[in-house]
Design a protein around this ligand. Structure first.
Ligand SMILES: *Cc1c(COP(=O)(O)O)cnc(C)c1O
Length: 230
């Protein structure tokens, strides 16, 4: 058993190295420098041993989808690693905005004016300024969070007024049964015409395609940590 094996027999260090190598290759094929695409390791449902293994392998940027779970897991690890960057990638309730602002460095799921106001208030009160991405529901799926593509420009303008400079980018989760590249191209286009520089798209199954279509952040979970443990 290697030092980085988890109880589930997943070699996190090995998987991380493999994902990083694939990402570098995908970026290069698209004529982009390797550092243009940042790997966000999605650690939702994963326990301490998996997180520790990823940290030991040099990973510092992580994604979590629940405020409460992240609050339970990350503060002690942050004491040991000051350079950890935490991304919230799951839906955020307005009444948890202050907790999210206190804990996360990037909030990827801004999707309604009420939440923009709550985040702005929490930022003003705490002095913390996590970067924010607007989630765009590129597939216009009724069950999925995010602003509709046709409303994105107006909502971006609203958020610029409400939260100002911390508004940094866009995020999407394409429909599971559709060709992701169409959605990635759409998100890239909306980001570019609105002058937003950060684009979060691509997961375990399609992060190389996302890198080719201009992702600056890919969110990869199972390819690094194996199956989730609910
Ligand atoms: C869980 C999750 C991911 C990671 O998905 P994998 O397929 O495990 O890589 C990425 N983005 C979001 C928003 C998620 O909820």
């Amino acid at each position: 058993m290697t030092q980085t094996a988890t109880p589930y027999g997943i070699d996190v260090a090995h998987n991380l190295a493999a994902v990083r190598a694939r990402l570098v290759k995908a970026a290069a094929s698209a004529g982009r420098p390797a550092q243009a695409v940042t790997l966000v390791a999605v650690s939702k449902t994963q326990g301490m041993e998996a997180l520790t293994a990823a940290l030991a392998a040099g990973q510092r940027i992580f994604g979590e989808n629940r405020v409460q779970e992240a609050q339970a897991k990350w503060p002690p690890l942050r004491q040991a690693h000051a350079d950890i960057e935490l991304h919230l990638i799951g839906p955020l309730q307005t009444n948890k905005a202050a907790q999210a602002v206190a804990l996360f460095d990037v909030i990827e799921t801004l999707d309604r004016p009420k939440l923009a106001h709550a985040l702005a208030a929490a930022m003003a009160q705490s002095g913390r300024r996590p970067r924010c991405y607007i989630q765009v529901n590129t597939g216009e799926e009724p069950q999925k969070a995010g602003i509709a593509p046709g409303e994105a420009d107006a909502f971006i303008a609203t958020c610029r007024e409400t939260i100002g400079r911390p508004l940094a980018g866009l995020m999407c989760i394409p429909p599971a049964d559709e060709e992701p590249s169409l959605h990635f191209a759409l998100l890239h286009k909306i980001a570019r015409r609105n002058g937003l520089s950060e684009i979060s798209m691509g997961m375990s199954g399609d992060f190389e395609i996302a890198a080719a279509f201009g992702a600056t952040h890919v969110r990869v979970g199972t390819a690094i940590f194996g199956a989730r443990h609910p």
